[in-house]
Write a protein that binds this ligand. Structure first.
Ligand code: SAM
Length: 509
């Protein structure tokens, strides 16, 4: 084991994921819902930034000065390459948390974020992080932290232990880390075929195991096989963070701010009767079987008075992110699939259907005759924001500043898509963050930017970039999948006509 890795998986790199919770615009609706004043983050820090996709996108798309560390030098090299592509000014280091947090040249931060880190590092690192937040988060600054949560993970812990022990103890010599993971899963599959009593007593674990087993192995290496691995209750995290002098202000998941998808009326009343907020949040996790928490905490939170909060809400502009016809009037929560009120959502979605920005105040005025109040509208926008239906828009001068940086970064990402499917996000100067665009659609966009302008041509051009020279099976064997693939690419190119309009309204392409 490498001695700098502290038992963390470093022999395989992490996936190229994007974390939208670091976009300052993403903070606004949860803060406005809870009624707390939200600072405008300008100087930000990320601990454990992975491949640096979020850092690069937010450096390009938002007015943020990022300082970030990840001790895996391969991750840092990738992040630096992305940021250099548009000459961004982010400061990336390959230092451990201990080294980075004790640097004496760091500024104070408006925002400190760690995503996918806390559950996978040691208590020594927890102490370092808490001390860093206490010293380096400005008064009024925001901490974003995510972690695996107890109730949702509890039943899976023994099976994860079995898999992890196999990984550690029954390693074939000379096998690489991904093969060891495959061996451990193959063993678990054979174990489950024996119908162990544990699985009979906990039938949902098999379902969850199927999902885990089919996930990306690079992701799994980091998710399941670190030396430190623990799920936490909310009150444990609250105890840890009290030394950093931060207060919980609310979940970073917009859907957690709306009760009906998660809780029935009896459950709501039960939780409302709990006087202690930390205990209430802990019980709520039990009530909804929470498995992963993502939260915002603030050092010295201040309440906004109601008129000031309403003015901010009304001034905020939003945009519809997916074609109107593709928005489902259902939402998935702890209550299962819950329908959304068509009387409420259809007129709202119709107003946003042309993908032009509208302020929440304008939406309120246009919907008042239907009896829609500002608070009801906010609830709808939280729901739509949670399923990526809408995004908040940053102020016009910030959009203009971000445009050239995003254009260069996006060009770099689109060129990369010709050879790789690693990064599935592009940067929007309008939303200040990343927008999911899978590889094939990135290639359509690249083709469109080169003057190719019909779906048939986009699909053909993308195929030229994607198709590997013929080798292996006979031409006859290849014909059928190639035809099916061509049809699928053409159908996706036809759907891309609408997506292209949206991407352009988001300042992409
Ligand atoms: C699960 S990944 C999450 C990456 C990123 N935040 C994301 O969500 O895409 C955790 C990251 O933390 C880094 N890391 C773990 N322990 C660390 C430590 N002690 N010091 C610095 N980086 C560390 C790992 O290299 C890894 O890239």
């Amino acid at each position: 084991m490498s001695n700098w890795s502290e038992g963390y998986v470093v022999h395989t790199e992490y996936i190229y994921s994007y974390c939208q919770e670091f976009n300052p615009m993403r903070l606004r609706l949860p803060f406005l819902k809870t009624g707390y004043r939200m600072p405008e983050p300008r100087v930000a820090c990320e601990l454990g930034f992975g491949q640096g996709v979020s850092t690069a996108i937010h450096t390009a798309a938002a007015p943020l000065d990022w300082w970030a560390t990840d001790f895996n030098p391969s991750h840092v090299a990738h992040g630096q390459e992305l940021i250099a592509s548009f000459q961004g000014g982010a400061h990336l280091f390959d230092q451990s948390f201990d080294e980075f947090c004790h640097r004496n040249d760091l500024p104070e931060f408006d925002f400190i974020g760690l995503h996918g880190v806390w559950s996978w590092v040691s208590d020594d690192n927890h102490r370092t992080i808490v001390d860093f937040v206490r010293r380096k988060l400005k008064v009024g600054g925001v901490l974003y932290i995510s972690y695996n949560t107890q109730p949702g993970w509890a039943a899976r812990i023994p099976l994860r232990h079995i898999i992890d022990e196999h990984f550690k103890r029954l390693t074939r010599s000379g096998t690489n880390l991904l093969d060891r993971i495959d061996d451990a899963f193959a063993f678990a599959i054979r174990l489950l075929e024996q119908n162990p009593a544990y699985m009979v007593a906990n039938p949902r674990v098999a379902e969850q195991f199927h999902w885990i087993r089919t996930a990306n192995r690079h992701y799994l290496a980091h998710e399941l096989f670190n030396q430190a691995w623990r799920s936490y209750s909310f009150s444990e995290i609250s105890d840890w963070l009290s030394a950093a002098k931060v207060t919980f202000v609310g979940s970073a998941n917009p859907l957690d701010h709306v009760a009906f998808p998660h809780l029935n009326e009896g459950q709501r009343a039960f939780l409302d009767a709990i006087p202690d907020p930390t205990y209430r949040e802990t019980v709520r996790d039990f009530m909804i079987n929470q498995q992963f928490r993502q939260d915002y905490w603030v050092k010295g939170p201040q309440r906004l008075d109601q008129p000031a909060r309403n003015t901010r809400l009304r001034d905020q502009r939003v945009v519809l992110m997916i074609p109107r016809a593709q928005i489902s009037l259902k939402i998935q929560g702890a209550q299962g699939e819950t329908p959304l009120d068509p009387e409420l959502y259809n007129p709202l979605l119709d107003l946003l259907a042309d993908h032009q920005p509208l302020s929440i105040g304008e939406l309120e005025r246009k919907l008042t005759s239907r009896g829609v109040t500002l608070d009801r509208l906010l609830e709808c926008l939280l729901v739509l924001n949670a399923n990526s239906g809408i995004s908040l828009i940053q102020e016009e001068p910030l959009i203009q500043q971000a445009k050239p940086r995003c254009a260069i970064l996006n060009r770099h990402l689109l060129e990369q898509a010709r050879h790789s499917d690693r990064i599935n996000h592009l940067a929007s100067p309008v939303t200040g963050g990343g927008v999911r665009v899978p590889r094939l659609e990135q290639l359509f966009l690249l083709a469109a930017s080169q003057g190719v302008d019909t779906p048939r041509e986009w699909a053909d051009q993308a195929s030229q970039w994607l198709d590997v020279p013929a080798e292996g099976p006979s031409a006859q064997d290849r014909d059928e999948p190639a035809e099916a693939q061509k049809t699928e690419r053409f159908e996706r190119a036809q759907r891309f006509v609408d997506t292209l309009t949206i991407l352009r309204s988001l300042g992409i392409g």
